[in-house]
Structures are given as structure tokens and as C-alpha cells.
Design a protein around this ligand. Structure first.
Ligand code: IVH
Length: 674
């Protein structure tokens, strides 16, 4: 390997660390990252006479910024009693057998047993229980202390909050992993897509983002799960003698534990269990990227000891993720609502880890250039975090002689305007605000559930409104006529009436939803709520100075500047004037003067509902002036409990909170409507 390759790898690893840790947007899979790292580490010392590469080791920690540390200043810190270490990992069978040899040597024996369990690809957490009650949930942080995220995971139904068993230790740190199921991951990403927001690359990233949300209510709307497997500090200290006893007790105490747990008395048996685990791991509800093999005996674990980063008594054997070859048939360029151009690979459909893959994001122009991908190439695809397909690279041998480097277009694929790239941004953008694709994106965002929630106004209808009826902005929606709609494909009397009705209804939507729906850069639902609370009506927001905006807690300089920019543009002001004229609700309702039927009533929703999604039920309550919280307290007025309700129902009973079935809830809503 040449020195220049090593330098190149060093730079690449740094770039990927930054994408992963700083921006939460990895562009390669963990496997691919580990491969680059291994390639880096195989460099011959002789080729690095200057010792440029720090003992030939690239660790994430040696990168420029503090990547090993997840702590944020907004969170309280909590010190771990026993530090949270990481694990050495390998993809190589021989390394695993070498690990066993090393241990035999250290322990001067080969008659010890191992435990084999899945390595869960989630976010590490340490749970502290005092006298049986959950007191804190803490992230790994820097391993010594982490962020307190208790409030953001309290809604995890399966997480025991109080353990009554007499056998439970008086104080204990229980280690586990928070994760998100595939369906929830898809649900949230689908919603983000509809709302024009960036997508999360994999469930682990989304989980990491969720446990660090500043608003626990927001966190409670994302379904997290937990599985526990390990022990930190414990009192009394000698309560358990081995991992398998501890694991059994975790189950008895009611914790969700791993689905596969085997004890092996030899390295060969352990290897057999690892292979067996690899075969069935797709059937687990959590993402698994390997097996963790630990010495079973705690006394022997102590004897083997730890390095500064990882225990010597455990190793992770990581599974290679499945890869496939397929043809890169085309590169499509999508224009987002902000004008950003995203290249998407169109692939010859191929079966990969359980699904058929035919598209993959190529992220941006630099990414295509870096990988030198060309249309007609045979490419290798892999699923990042086992979920989102990534194009890893092309197969040189199969490249056609006449193939040509991909030229990223200079003009917008939709309106032909010359593309621009702003300093510090990876994306090329179309600067034409009237570009049809951008208009469609803005309308979709405005109508989406997270904003105005306009029924019957989906992607296909919006596309026709823009293409055939020349709808250019939000105000044009409110002057559509039935006659116009009847000219569109798929519209008849009833569907046209339904759409016009939904558009009319949206005039009454809460003011923050309107502000959010404007799609101002960096302004999501939380910032919109803040703005309407502070300024009360549209004129207040329009007239706010940049200084005034940035002085508000929760509105940073970047946000203040984009809000100010938005309301300085003549075309936006004109559009808002038209919307005002059409009678949209552009002010925050004063709850004293304009009393709504559910004003000051607080609801909690639990279990599954038949007639609504929980989001929609919450919207309905909000639109009637009520509030929806994630946890039951003495201030809760009603708990709406569907089938599957658990701890919230118990708590509501204890606190004498009125409990409603879905039917009773429907009746309340009906009554308020009449
Ligand atoms: S035991 C001292 N068991 O993977 C560390 N860790 O990449 C002992 N992980 O830090 C950890 N599943 O956060 C253990 N079954 C499992 C695990 C597991 C996932 C995490 C854990 C660890 C990281 C290392």
C-alpha cells in the first residue's frame, strides 16, 4: 500500500467521522467504514518512516473533534459509577480464535465458558435503579459521564420504572441499548419526506437524535424500545457470580432482554453459536450487527481486566452486511422544496437483505465524483444499518470501455435555470423560486400532516395543480374553483367538493401550523410555536427585527436571519396579504377571550386507536383548544385508552384520572362540534 493511499484513507476516515458524528448523516455503512479503517491499519510501518500515523492506529478518538463523546451542553450530566467502555471488534474468524488464545494464556486455563448474545445496533444507555425505582437513564457520554435522558425514554412502555422483587439489588447500574424498530423508522422517515425534511440514514441515528430531543413530548411521539444485557455497579457487590445468572435475573425482573443467549464451554462451541446467531438475526425486532462474546464468570472477567477503552474479557464479532451487484441504469436528479438537487441512483432491481432494491440516494455531486460512478456501471450495493441501500462503488473489470465520467448538470432538471452552489454547502441548488418542482415541494410541505394537515391534497393532486392549473403559491390554493378541479384526472363532483372543503377547513388551522407550513429555512414546529407565542399575530412576526428574533430563547442567529429574509421578500409579503384576505387564521387564539370547547383540558393518549392515528387524535384535541401530554399526572383530565394500554392506564387509575374508551372520546368530540 502506498503512502499516498494511507494519507487518502486518513482524510477519508476523518470526513466520515465528521459526517457521522458532527452532522449525524453518515454517507457510508458501518461495514464500509470498518473496511476503510482496516485497510488503513494494514499499512506497512516501513512505508510510514515519519510516523505520521500514530502507531498505525486510526481511532475515531484521534480525529480532530471529540467524536467519542455524545454529551451536549443542554443536558444534565451524570457520572457512571463503573465506566462505560466500548468493545474490541473483528470481522475475522481467526481474530476470534486469537482472542480465545490470549484469554487462555492470561487465565492460564482453557476450561472457562463464554456467553454469546446479539450485538444490538442501538444507542447505549445506563439505567440507575435506587431501591427498585428507576432514577436516571444516562447516555455513554465520554464513558465516564453521560447525559441524563430519563425524560426522553420514560414513554418506553417495556422499561420497568419500579421493580417490586425482593431479590432486586438496592442499587444497580443496568446497561442496555435503546433502539427503534424498522417500521417506526420507516414511519418517521416517510413523514419527514412528506414534510420536506432531511431523512435519517438508519434507525440508530434516529434513535440517537430522539434520545437527545430537548422536548420529551416530542420524543414520546417516536416509539423507542429497549433491551438490556449488562451490569455496571451493583450493591451488594457479590450478588452475581456470572453473566448468565445476571441475564436470567434481568428477565425475571421484567426487563426486555436479548432473544438469543447461549453458553459455550469451548471456543469451537462458541463459534458454532455465533454462526447460528448470524442465521437467525434478521428475525429479531432490533437491528443486530454482530455477536458479543463474553467470559461468563465475573471473577474471570475481573482477572482478565480492561484496557483503557475496552474489556479484555469480551469481543464483538461483527457480521458482514449483505452486498449485491447490479446495474446503475440512470441517475435521476430530484429538486427539493428549497431547490437542493439530490441525485438518486436507479438500479436494476436486486434482492438485498430481505427487500428488492431499485433506488439509492447518491447524496450529492461530490459523492458521485469521489466514487467515480458512471451510468452503465455494475455497482455494488449494501444496506447501511441494514436498512437504507447505499452504492459502495463500481466493479472495474465490468466497466464498459466507452463509459464516460458522470457530468453533474449545470442547469436545473426541471426549469433549466443555472444551478448554484453556496459556500460551505454540498448541494447544488436551483435559485428559481418559481421552478415547478420547488413549488410542488412547498405545497406538499404546507399541506403535510406536520403543518396544515390538509386532507385530499397529496403529491399526485399537487402535481396536477401546478402542471395544469398553474398554481404557483400557497395563496393560489384558496382560489381554486370546482370547475377547475373537474378538469383534472381522477376528479368528479364528490372528490372536487372534498378537496375544496379540506382547503376551506385549513383556514381554521392553528396559527403555528401556518407559520410552520411557510417552509422558512430552519423553522420547524417548535420554532413556529415559539414565534406565535411571542408575537401573537402575523404582523408581529413580519415586523420583528433580526436582533429581536435572535434574542429569543430557542431562536438562533441562523434562524433569525432566515426568518427575517423570508419576511423581507416582496413576493412572500404579497402572498401573505392574499392569504389574510382569504380569511386564514393568522393569529394566536387568546385562550381567555376565545374559549374553545376543550380549552384547558389536558389529554393523554395510550394504547391503539381504531378511528384515528394517535397523531390525528392529538391534532383534533389541539384544534379544539385542548392539550395533549405524553405522561399522566394529577393535572391530566382524561386518559384515552385503547387496547394494549399499560402503565399509563395504571397510573391514571391511581390518580383518579377520568378514563375514556375511544368511543367515549368520539362522543366528546362530536358534542363539541355540534
Ligand atoms: S457488553 C464493557 N453486550 O456495543 C462493554 N455490549 O460497540 C461491554 N452493545 O459498548 C458491553 N449489544 O454499547 C455488550 N449484547 C451486548 C451489546 C453491547 C450492543 C454495545 C455496547 C458496547 C458497544 C460496543
Amino acid at each position: 500500500m502506498s503512502k499516498s493511499r494511507k494519507l487518502e484513507l486518513h482524510k477519508l476516515l476523518k470526513l466520515h467521522d465528521e459526517a457521522y458524528y458532527r452532522y449525524g448523516k453518515p454517507t457510508i455503512s458501518d461495514q464500509e467504514y470498518d473496511r476503510l479503517k482496516r485497510e488503513f491499519e494494514t499499512i506497512d510501518q516501513d512505508e510510514d518512516p515519519l510516523g505520521l500515523f500514530d502507531d498505525n492506529i486510526y481511532t475515531k478518538e484521534s480525529s480532530d473533534f471529540n467524536v467519542g463523546d455524545d454529551r451536549l451542553k443542554e443536558f444534565l450530566s451524570h457520572a457512571h459509577i463503573v465506566p462505560m467502555l466500548s468493545l474490541d471488534n473483528t470481522y475475522d474468524r481467526k481474530d476470534f480464535f486469537d482472542f480465545d488464545k490470549r484469554l487462555s494464556k492470561t487465565l492460564q486455563s482453557s476450561s472457562f465458558s463464554y456467553t454469546i448474545e446479539p450485538k444490538i445496533d442501538g444507542v447505549a444507555v445506563s439505567l440507575t435503579y435506587d431501591n427498585g425505582a428507576l432514577s436516571t437513564a444516562t447516555t455513554r457520554g465520554n464513558g465516564v459521564e453521560g447525559d441524563v435522558i430519563t425524560q426522553n425514554i420514560m414513554h418506553i412502555h417495556e422499561l420497568p420504572k419500579v421493580i417490586k422483587s425482593k431479590e432486586f439489588p438496592s442499587a444497580i447500574e443496568i446497561r442496555g441499548e435503546i433502539y427503534m424498530g424498522h417500521e417506526e423508522f420507516y414511519r418517521i422517515n416517510e413523514e419527514r419526506k412528506k414534510n420536506g425534511l432531511d431523512l435519517y440514514a438508519n434507525p440508530r441515528n434516529l434513535t440517537a437524535g430522539t434520545v437527545k430531543l430537548l422536548d420529551p413530548k416530542e420524543a414520546s411521539q417516536r416509539q423507542l424500545k429497549i433491551v438490556v444485557y449488562g451490569m455496571g455497579a451493583i450493591e451488594p457487590e457479590d450478588r452475581f457470580s456470572c453473566q448468565s445468572d445476571f441475564s436470567n435475573s434481568l428477565k425475571d425482573w421484567g426487563f426486555p432482554t436479548v432473544d438469543f443467549f447461549e453458553i459455550a464451554n469451548s471456543v469451537n462451541d462458541a463459534w458454532g453459536s455465533i454462526c447460528q446467531l448470524e442465521k437467525i438475526r434478521n428475525s429479531f425486532s432490533y437491528p443486530t450487527d454482530g455477536a458479543v462474546i463474553k467470559l461468563n464468570s465475573f471473577a474471570l472477567q475481573k482477572l482478565a481486566g480492561n484496557t483503557s477503552k475496552a474489556p479484555r474479557w469480551a469481543i464483538a464479532y461483527k457480521f458482514e452486511s449483505e452486498r449485491q451487484q447490479t446495474l446503475l441504469e440512470a441517475i435521476e436528479l430530484q429538486v427539493g422544496r428549497t431547490g437542493a438537487i439530490t441525485p438518486v441512483a436507479h438500479l436494476k432491481p436486486v434482492q438485498l437483505a430481505g427487500t428488492i432494491v431499485s433506488r439509492a440516494s447518491l447524496h450529492n455531486a461530490d459523492e458521485i465524483k469521489r466514487k467515480d460512478l458512471r451510468i452503465g456501471d455494475t455497482v455494488v450495493v449494501e444496506k447501511a444499518g441494514e436498512i437504507i441501500p447505499q452504492v459502495i462503488g463500481f466493479i472495474e473489470k465490468l466497466r464498459q470501455k466507452e463509459s464516460q465520467s458522470y457530468k453533474f448538470p449545470v442547469n436545473c432538471p426541471c426549469c433549466r435555470t443555472r444551478l448554484e452552489r453556496h459556500v460551505g454547502e454540498a448541494a447544488w441548488r436551483c435559485p428559481n423560486l418559481d421552478c415547478n418542482d420547488q413549488v410542488k415541494g412547498r405545497l406538499e410541505y404546507y399541506a403535510s400532516r406536520g403543518c396544515m394537515n390538509i386532507d385530499n391534497l397529496g403529491e399526485a393532486v399537487i402535481s396536477q395543480l401546478v402542471e395544469k392549473l398553474n398554481v404557483k403559491n400557497l395563496a393560489d390554493l384558496y382560489i381554486l374553483s370546482k370547475g377547475q378541479l373537474l378538469k383534472l384526472d381522477g376528479f368528479a363532483e364528490k372528490s372536487a367538493d372534498n378537496l375544496l372543503n379540506s382547503i376551506q377547513q385549513s383556514k381554521k388551522a392553528l396559527f403555528w401550523r401556518f407559520i410552520c407550513g411557510l417552509g422558512i429555512k430552519h423553522v420547524g414546529s417548535s420554532a413556529s410555536k415559539l414565534l406565535v407565542n411571542k408575537f401573537r399575530n402575523i404582523d408581529g412576526i413580519i415586523n420583528a427585527t433580526e436582533e429581536h428574533l435572535s434574542a429569543l430563547e430557542g431562536i438562533g442567529e441562523k434562524m433569525a436571519s432566515s426568518i427575517h429574509d423570508f419576511f423581507s421578500k416582496e413576493e412572500n409579503l404579497q402572498m401573505i396579504a392574499l392569504l389574510k384576505y382569504e380569511g386564514l387564521n393568522l393569529k394566536e387564539l387568546d385562550s381567555n377571550k376565545e374559549k374553545l370547547p376543550l380549552t384547558r383540558k389536558s389529554f393523554v393518549l395510550t394504547g391503539s386507536l381504531v378511528n384515528f392515528t394517535r397523531d390525528n387524535a392529538a391534532l383534533k384535541i389541539e384544534s379544539l383548544g385542548g392539550k395533549v401530554s405524553s405522561s399522566v399526572s394529577k393535572n391530566t383530565n382524561f386518559l384515552v385508552a385503547g387496547p394494549g394500554a399499560g402503565s399509563k392506564l395504571e397510573k391514571a387509575k391511581q390518580l383518579n384520572v377520568e378514563i375514556l374508551t375511544e368511543e367515549e372520546f368520539l362522543n366528546i368530540i362530536k358534542d363539541t362540534n355540534s
